[in-house]
Ligand binder design. Structure first.
Ligand SMILES: *[C@@H]1O[C@H](CO)[C@@H](O)[C@H](O)[C@H]1NC(C)=O
Ligand SMILES: *[C@@H]1O[C@H](CO)[C@@H](O)[C@H](O)[C@H]1NC(C)=O
Ligand SMILES: *[C@@H]1O[C@H](CO)[C@@H](O)[C@H](O)[C@H]1NC(C)=O
Ligand SMILES: *[C@@H]1O[C@H](CO)[C@@H](O)[C@H](O)[C@H]1NC(C)=O
Length: 353
């Protein structure tokens, strides 16, 4: 009896920990997704990383898989670039699809990664349509709204509609299945996916160009384009820093996510939500998926999250000097090359104790 109880507890823990990140297993496609041709349906099965419901999508839409593998790489890069000045700097995303607790549970960090990944998948597909890589879509149709004065719609707009349609089908598929964990986590991830895609839609801008013989500007066209992923990452970082902790509880007849501290209001559409509090990521603690900040570089003059005080959690820092060699005194020679000297400079660096 005792044995049985422990055993079922063990199974429960495994299900909770393994499956609540199922929605982003596909980030593991970066491991060897580029080495696959993606032109035969059995390729979908070759790789770790696709949830069962994504497998079917893969088989039916093989042509999308190059964009999705690309999106997995872009998501990792954007996550690490955007959060490089934070204690949690997204380095653990490299272990996808075998996530550590920092991303395997319903944390604030996983909220950020889900939202970013959802935005980036739709972004990649929308761009791939416009660049003619996909047989199933083309440039976006002309927008319904009026073009700016003196301009007309033309060029080739990113196909945001198709990107959102296929992107959400792919990103949300795992959470529609009971196998990907308890309902609370699925609701959390679905909500954050929607937030990510909304940030993408909010980042659409009208781009215009003048053409014509020798810049005469006789043809003026505009199209709708997406911002680059760096900007989308920054927008989501703001939301990450102000994310709301929620609980899953009965509201009327339905269980919903509601803010933990402010029971009075519902979850807002634009906010990221999380269920599980994170550690402060100051110390190395594998059990919590924290690497700690020892040996991380900090910035002595910054007052932000990369300041030595915050980054090193008050433990202090070591200073060392480093010589860097740079190109300097560059001269342009007619015609056509540039020659430079090499200059040495010492810079001071600070790393956390
Ligand atoms: C699949 O693509 C690879 C290269 O990407 C090519 O060598 C192979 O012939 C293709 N197979 C089919 C069945 O199209
Ligand atoms: C891809 O990597 C996974 C491990 O993440 C491995 O199990 C699988 O065999 C690899 N597939 C290919 C086609 O290399
Ligand atoms: C991110 O944090 C990890 C663990 O603290 C560290 O090893 C890595 O160098 C950091 N990456 C960057 C770019 O600072
Ligand atoms: C440190 O922070 C200051 C102020 O934010 C900034 O101007 C400077 O470029 C930073 N230095 C490094 C090495 O990142």
């Amino acid at each position: 009896m005792h044995y049985n109880r422990n055993f079922s507890l063990f199974i429960l823990v495994v299900i909770l920990e393994v499956h609540s990140s199922a929605g982003i297993y596909w980030l593991g496609l970066t491991v060897n997704g580029s080495s696959v041709g993606w032109n035969q349906t059995h390729h979908c099965k070759l790789l770790d990383g696709l949830a069962p419901d994504q497998l079917q999508l893969c088989r039916r839409n093989l042509e999308l898989m190059h964009s999705i593998v690309h999106a997995a790489k872009l998501t990792k890069n954007a996550c690490q670039t955007t959060l490089k000045d934070m204690r949690w700097n997204c380095s653990s995303i490299e272990s996808a699809p075998h996530f550590k607790p920092d991303l395997a549970k319903g944390t604030r960090e996983s909220a950020f990664v889900f939202a970013l990944a959802a935005a980036v998948v739709s972004h990649s597909i929308a761009k791939a349509c416009a660049s003619g890589e996909l047989p199933s879509c083309t440039c976006a149709p002309a927008p319904a709204e009026q073009a700016p004065p003196d301009f007309r719609w033309g060029g080739c707009g990113d196909n945001i509609g198709y990107g959102l349609q296929m992107g959400s089908a792919f990103s949300d598929a795992p959470m529609k299945s009971r196998r990907s964990g308890p309902q609370a986590f699925r609701l959390m991830h679905l909500h954050n996916n929607v937030v990510g895609r909304q940030v993408l839609v909010d980042a659409v801008e009208t781009k215009c160009k003048c053409h014509g013989v020798s810049g005469s500007c006789s043809v003026k066209t505009c199209w709708k384009g997406l911002h680059d992923i760096g900007r989308i990452g920054e927008d989501l970082k703001t939301k990450y820093l102000s994310a709301t902790k929620v609980i899953h509880r009965l509201v009327g007849t339905r269980k919903q996510l509601v803010p933990k501290e402010l029971h009075v209001r519902p979850v807002r559409e634009g906010e990221l939500v999380y269920l599980v509090s994170s550690p402060d990521y100051c110390l190395d603690n594998a059990k919590h998926g924290s690497y700690g900040t020892q040996d991380r570089e900090c910035n002595k003059t910054s007052s932000g999250s990369d300041s030595c005080g915050l980054m090193c959690c008050g433990r202090g820092y070591n200073a060392y000097t480093e010589r860097v060699v740079e190109r300097c005194h560059c001269k342009y020679h007619w015609c056509c090359y540039v020659s430079c000297k090499h200059c040495e400079r010492t810079v001071e660096r600070y790393v956390c104790k």
